[in-house]
Design a protein around this ligand. Sequence first.
Ligand code: DX5
Ligand code: ZN
Length: 222
Amino acid sequence: MIQIAPSILSADFTRIADSVKMAEDAGADLIHVDVMDGHFVPNLTSGPELVAALKDKTTLPLDVHLMVENPGLFIPLFQEAGADWISIHIEASVHLHQDISSIKEKGQRAGLVLNPATPIHLMNEIIQDLDFVLLMTVNPGWGGQGFIESCHKKIRHLKNWLTGQKLEIPIQVDGGIKLDNLEEIIQDGADIIVMGSGIYKEEDPSEVIKTIKSLVKEYEKP
Ligand code: DX5
Ligand code: ZN
């Protein structure tokens, strides 16, 4: 099943709870929360307080994407705040096995994120432990950037690599995804679609989510 994860990074920050509720009502599957520390990426966003504040505003899983140095320091804070999925960057984690294990120990789904130029084979020794892989399709730091075209090949490569090992680990993709490139990205093998500006900067965000849901349904018909 293909899932849609609106990224609230592009939502109206004065009305975040409404933006989340709108996404839920329109049929979104997850709420993607982007956490940036001003070190790993040159931008700052929000912390565990936002996750805690959203926890009782939605029944959807909160999918926290940590774009931070030393992710091991922050994982417990987001676990306590109520994150359901937590992903960390392979480029930022020194003790990767330990960090992934600590996410799973408390019951969250653990994801590993790769920047666009980070090779897939670096996941060799950890892939079996992951609940999902997140491929960045822009350089992390901001919403509203253009999809890096070479990432189509990378998504296909990852899909084949996983299939070759008989692993059914979902591929999440994040960055520059809009209605007009969505189908190609699904055909590449993406399972979970993160979309920020493509939803929240549109005139009718709810309609965009509904359109994606019906497109995905068509696509999944046998
Ligand atoms: C980028 C973030 C993304 C961002 C995507 O660093 O990880 O989740 O919100 O935004 P769009 O869909 O606008 O590229
Ligand atoms: Zn993200």
